[in-house]
Every structure is written in C-alpha cells, then in structure tokens.
Design a protein around this ligand. Structure first.
Ligand SMILES: Cc1cc2nc3c(=O)[nH]c(=O)nc-3n(C[C@H](O)[C@H](O)[C@H](O)COP(=O)(O)O)c2cc1C
Length: 743
C-alpha cells in the first residue's frame, strides 16, 4: 500500500519534483557565495549612524540602504539622475563593486517559485512540495520496514540490487534535508494561497508629529546610533527637500520611523509572532543567513535526480517480475494451492514455474498471494507456500496478513503443506519468515508434505532439487527450471589452468579466463568496437556460468578483480556435476558463456579495522582475491583448511609472497588428511581463540567462504570464541561484521 503510493506519487509528479530540486540546488549555492563575500564579523560593534555617516561623503544622494540575510550591504543611490546600486564594505564604507541581479537568477527564482507560470505555476509548485513531503514520509516508512524496525534504521543496507541499495542508502542520507525543504516550501505555498494567515506585520502609521526643522547630519541621529549594523535590514532615506518626510527603518526586531531633524524614533512596530515564524521558515527553506544549512539542503536536493533514476529502475524491475499466471483455477475447485509471499516480486517467477509444471501434469492449480488465504479449499490435496523474508526476519508485503488470516480460518480440513523459503544467508535470520509459517501451520496441526527447504539467493539449482523432491512426494515427476532474469553473457576463453588435489581425491583447478578473441565474433558491433575488456567485477563477486545443455547458471566466487586483467575462479570437480566437469575438461583456448553478478555484501570493509578471512577448499578463491588486492596493507589474517599440504595447498607460493610483502599479516592452515596434527579450519580457530577475540575487540570484520558444513562448524567455533566477550555470530551479522559466501 505504502509502496504503491510511493511509486504512483513519484512517477506522476516526477517532472515537478525534479525541476524543483535542480533549481533548488543552484539557488542553494547563493547564500554560501554571498556569505564568502560579505563582511559579517564585527558588524555588531559599528552603528548604523557611523556607517551612514561614512557613506554620506561618498554617495551624496542615497535612497536606500539594505542588508541581506547573508550580510551583504547594498546602497541604492542616484547620481546625475541615474539610479545605481553598489555593494559596500560596512567598516570603511568603500565600494566593493556594483550590485546586479542577473536575469538568469531572476528567471531561476521564478522557475523555482512558479515554473514561470504565475498562479497556475504556484499551485503546481505547492503540489510538487506536497508530493516531495509524501515521498519523504512514505520512503521513511519503507526504509523502516526494510530494516525490520525503527531501531535498525541505520544498520548497513543489505540485500537487493544495486539500484535498490543506492535508492535506500542515498534516500536515508538525504531524508532530513528533503523533509525540511518540502515542509517549509509547503508552508510558504499555503501562505501564498492564504490557507495560513498573512505573516506581514502592519507597518506603523506615518507619524502625526514631525519636527520639520533643518535636517541633522545623519551620523548624529540618536535612533541610528542605537542600532548596530548587524541588526539592520533596510533604511529608506527621506525625500530630499521635504523637511516633513522621515527615515523608514526596518531592523531584525520591527519597523519604525526616524525624525530627520531630531533623530528621534517616532513610531516602532515590533514584528508579530506570525512574521517571526514565517521568517524562521523562510530561512530554513532558503538557507539565507545560514550558509551551511543552504549547502545541506542543496546536497539533499542534488540526490533527487539520482533517486528518480534508481526509483524508476526499481519500479520497472518489480513490475517486470510479476508474472501473469495463466490457467489459474478458482480456490474452491483447485486440488493444489500455491500461496506466495513476496516483497520485490521475484518469488512470483518461481511460483509461476511451479504452477505451470503442476498444470502441465494435469493438476488444477490455484496461485495467489499469501494475504489472500481463503477460508477453505474444499478440493485441495496439497498446499505450497513459497515465501521470501523481508526486514529482520519479517513478512514480505504480500504475506503481511497471512498469520492473522490463518488464525481466523477453520482448523479443519487441514491440508498437507510444503514451505519453500527464499532468502539470503547474509541476513541473521535466514528464511526466518518461512520458518515462522512452517511452525504456525505445524502448530495448527496441518501435516507437512515435506520438510521446509530454504533457497539462498534465488538458486535455480536448489529450486530444481526441491521440485524433484515434491515430484516424488506427489507421485508425478516435476521439472522446475526457473531462472531469474540474468544479465547478458560474454564469451570468455580459458587462458591458464593450475591443477591441485588429484592425490587426495579432490581434483581442484584454478582457472584463468580472458575475453574471447573478438575475431571469432560475427556481430557488426563487436567488429566495429572491439571490446576486449573484461566487464567490471571485484574479487568476491560471482560469475554465472552456463554449462552447455543447461539454462540454469552455476555460480562461482571470483578470485580476481577485473583490474587484475583476468577472471579467475577456483573449481572443485564434483562427481556428476555438470558444470564442474565441463570446466575441468575445458582446454586452453576453449570458451565459456558467463555473466557477472555483483555481490557487494561479501567484501572487506573499508577502514583500518582488521579482517579475518576464513575458508576451506575452493573457498580460498575470493579470499586470495582480497589479499592480492590489499595494496594498502590492511591487517588481514587468513584461516584456511585443506586436505594435504603436498597435494591441495591452493595458492601456496602466492600466499607466502603475500606474507613477506605484508599484504597478509597472518596465515593459519589446517589439513584434515595428514598423519599428525590433522584438523579442520574451525579447530585452528579454537586454538587461536585468544588472538581472534583480541581482533574482534579491535572491531575486526569476518569473511567466511566455503561449503555449508564448514560454515556451520565455523559458526559454532566462533560462538564459543565470542562467548567470553558477550558477543555471538548473530550480533556480528546484524552489525555487518560477519559475512558469509556459502555454497
Ligand atoms: C531489505 C531486505 C531484507 C531482507 N531480509 C532478509 C532476512 O531477514 N532473511 C533472509 O533470509 N532474507 C532476507 N532478504 C532476502 C530476500 O528474502 C530474498 O532476496 C528473496 O529472494 C526476495 O524475494 P522477493 O523478490 O520475492 O521479495 C532480505 C532482502 C531485502 C532486500
């Protein structure tokens, strides 16, 4: 609901908001420029009488003296019937230069205030400000929902695509500035259209009693002697040769008149509270008189074009991900029910795939959002729940009402159910919501068709395996082959291979690829623009490789960054594994089709804190990439486990080089298949517990890469190590200090 409002508002008022923001950015620079040119310090020590006295000799015919909120002093005068305006120095009364308002500045202000369209334009500006306000509020609520609660609002942003992360990250930074601009802008618009009473203090009435005698020298006027320059806003001089005219003065406090002969203040009207409020709001909106605020507002407004662009991308991706479920049976007649819990719609693609597979096998399938749980499914023999997890282990949007609905529906008939969770292991509560649902159904007494399965980062392979298991349960083979939309592939050529592990039955290869020879491509684009450069990637990102004969990509962690000039992966040959065998049989010069999937969560944090790298087997891949690129000699400690140092000590020589050139601060290895002192990497961690605790207390970040079993063992060992300092892996994960890349 909130997201819908956010998207509709953002898309429909896109142009209004972007124009307001861009003009606002340019206008926000003014107060800083003015402030840098104006002399402000010390102006409370000189009086308006002194200043005007000094000015009198330089400008015989002054009409008006103005001081802007930024402190610029402007004198308006006539000289030989020619009107002029100069900026002046408050201390010496010297002319700094002519005062001009460029037509561009006027045009820009009008564009910002009315889109150059007078009253209709002012109404549109008011709407623009209102939309900005609603976008900021709905955006904040979405950020809170995304983080899993207000208290987690400033946690590191995790998950989702680059545009989503940018949208959330930048929005969070700019929020206060945007809210302030929107609220204050709206207030001023409301006043323009008299929804709020006019703020103007009524000018005091022209004084009845004016002395009318010979005008005194301005420097001698008592009222002006009492006003410091820092408090002046405007002084309008009397009409020459009119002894009964007076000076009109406006200060920070109010307005009044001064007798030009006696120098007395004749009438003074202090500002009313409405005017004070308006001026405060005006200052908050323009930053006039507060140059640093102007810069903050300007920087916040500068994010609006970026937010618009990333917002459109997010919206488009979500839209594209919603499938149109065909042959969707009605709930009362369906024998199979699929309920979907999704926030960003990718789970719907998996649900559609299951729906189609069941339909083709002759089942009558009803697919709907989890929020639409019906009171009863009279014909249903099985219920599938496919759900993502959002926030901090919470329900995604299309499942928010599910548990409430479940509590309302009749307990019987209970339908055999299977829950399939979609999540990301980087989050402390991996597939937490799927687990909650499975527990709730079990608690209600519904029988489980299959134990709950959890899919990490939309793995097509795990989904296909789950399909096989479901097929066996229902007695109909099911082929599930959904792959989320992938980037375009590039052709890579094997340039180098180093083999390890044959002797310990763990054949493992380090494979280095380059872009394929472009002359082999037939496309005119490639011929014309020979793009032999690798796509951009960092160590720890993933490469998706499509093995021949399969549309499902297999992902490998990258051991190099594109700046290294090669794409390097570390692959263990798995018995019967389609892709690992394909790669192991690949000859130098042969090619693969691949694409990059960025994985920004799995990277060493920037900063000076130590990094603890933990891995086993091919998990060393991305870790060696981090060490290789550790040019700034960040303290990095590696804990790694293999089988036998004589056979599968991957990157042994390279690691020794990094130790000696200090890219690596400490190396701890464990080998499981040696006669003496054998062990696993987690054993090595426990032996070194003291050191690890010290590093953690020094703010260390932990990056773990390798198989699931090893990662589980590392979590147990780390929890033991952390217990004495009252920490655990869950707390470190929540703070973004424990990251895993597990397969
Ligand atoms: C802000 C955010 C919070 C998330 N929180 C969790 C979480 O707590 N546990 C988890 O396992 N996955 C979490 N995920 C990962 C998603 O559940 C996962 O990417 C899922 O495939 C998204 O499916 P959807 O596109 O249908 O919403 C989170 C993702 C995002 C963007």
């Amino acid at each position: 609901m909130i997201r819908k409002l956010h998207s509709i508002l953002g898309l429909s008022a896109l142009l209004l908001v972007v124009v307001l923001a861009i003009t606002g950015v340019i206008l926000s620079i003014n107060p800083t420029i003015e402030r840098s040119q104006a002399s402000v310090m010390g102006t409370s020590a000189i009086t308006v009488a002194e200043l005007t006295g000094n000015l009198a000799s330089r400008y015989p015919q002054i009409e008006q003296l103005q001081r802007t909120p930024s402190g610029t002093l402007i004198v308006f005068y006539t000289d030989n019937n020619q009107a002029g305006a100069d900026r002046i120095d408050p201390f010496t009364a010297n002319t700094i230069g002519p005062y001009t308002i460029t037509p561009f500045k006027t045009w820009l202000k009008n564009l910002h205030r009315s889109y150059l369209l007078d009253t209709p334009g002012r109404i549109a500006v008011a709407l623009g400000a209102l939309v900005m306000l609603l976008l900021s509020i709905s955006g904040t609520l979405m950020l809170v929902n995304r983080a899993g609660g207000w208290r987690y609002l400033f946690r590191p942003i995790q998950g989702s695509t680059l545009s989503q992360r940018l949208h959330s990250q930048v929005g969070r930074l700019a929020l206060i500035g945007l809210l302030l601009s929107a609220i204050t802008g709206l207030y001023m618009s409301l006043e323009t259209f008299e929804f709020i009473p006019d703020h103007q203090t009524t000018e005091p009435a022209f004084p009845d009693q004016v002395d009318g005698g010979e005008p005194a020298a301005i420097a001698s006027l008592a009222a002006l002697k009492a006003i410091p320059v820092s408090e002046l806003r405007e002084l309008v001089y009397p009409y020459p040769q009119d002894a009964y005219d007076v000076y009109s003065i406006t200060t920070q406090q109010g307005m009044g008149f001064i007798d030009q002969s006696t120098g007395q203040l004749l009438a003074f009207e202090p500002y009313n509270s409405r005017q004070k409020i308006y001026e405060f709001i005006y200052m908050l909106h323009t930053g006039e008189g507060l140059w640093w605020l102007a810069l903050i507002l300007g920087l916040s407004a500068l994010t609006v074009p970026l937010m618009t662009w990333t917002g459109i991308q997010v919206w488009w991706r979500r839209r594209r991900a919603i499938p149109r479920i065909s042959n969707n049976s009605k709930a009362p007649s369906a024998d199979s029910v699929i309920l979907v819990g999704s926030e960003n719609n990718s789970t719907w693609g998996f649900a559609e795939n299951l729906h189609n597979a069941l339909n083709s096998a002759g089942y009558r399938v009803h697919t709907a959002a989890m929020n639409k749980l019906a009171d009863t499914y009279p014909q249903a023999k099985r219920l599938f729940i496919l759900t993502a997890t959002y926030g901090d282990g919470d329900a995604p949007a299309s499942a928010k009402q599910f548990l409430k609905r479940l509590a309302e529906v009749a307990d019987t008939p209970s339908i055999p159910f299977a829950v399939l969770g979609f999540g990301d292991r980087q989050f402390p509560k991996f597939c937490g919501y799927a687990q909650q649902i499975a527990d709730a159904l079990e608690h209600k007494g519904w029988p489980a068709l299959l134990t709950t399965e959890m899919i990490d980062r939309q793995s097509s392979q795990t989904f296909a395996r789950w399909g096989e298991a479901i097929g066996q349960e229902i007695g109909t083979p099911l082929t599930l082959d959904h792959t989320p939309p992938q980037p375009k592939t590039v052709t890579l050529q094997l340039a180098e291979r180093i083999n390890y592990g044959e002797r310990v039955q763990a054949p493992t290869s380090v494979l280095r690829f380059k872009m394929a020879d472009q002359s082999q491509h037939t496309g005119w684009f490639q011929t014309l623009f020979k793009t032999s450069k690798l796509p951009h990637f960092e160590a720890g990102d993933l490469v998706g490789i499509l093995p021949p004969g399969s549309a499902i990509p297999r992902y490998y962690s990258l051991a190099s960054a594109s700046v290294d000039g090669v794409l390097e992966i570390c692959v263990r040959q798995v018995q019967g594994g389609l892709c690992s065998n394909f790669l192991h049989n690949l000859n130098i010069g042969e090619t693969i089709e691949a694409f990059i999937q960025d994985n920004p969560q799995f990277r060493p944090a920037s900063g000076k804190q130590p990094i603890i790298l933990i891995g086993a087997g091919t998990g060393l891949g991305p870790l060696i990439g981090f060490i290789r690129n550790n040019k700034s000699r960040h303290p990095m400690y590696l804990y790694w486990g293999g089988r036998n140092p004589d056979s599968d000590f991957l990157y042994e020589q390279e690691l020794k080089t990094y130790l000696s050139d200090q890219r690596l601060s400490g190396l701890n290895t464990a080998f499981s298949r040696i006669p003496k002192d054998s062990g696993y990497v987690q054993d090595k961690l426990l032996t070194d517990a003291e050191h690890i605790r010290a590093l953690i207390q020094n703010n260390a970040q932990i990056l773990v890469c390798g198989g699931r079993k090893m990662a589980g063992g590392v979590v147990t060992a780390m929890n033991d190590i952390l217990a004495p300092i009252e920490l655990d892996v869950t707390a470190l994960k929540a703070a973004g200090r424990y990251r895993e890349d597990v397969y």
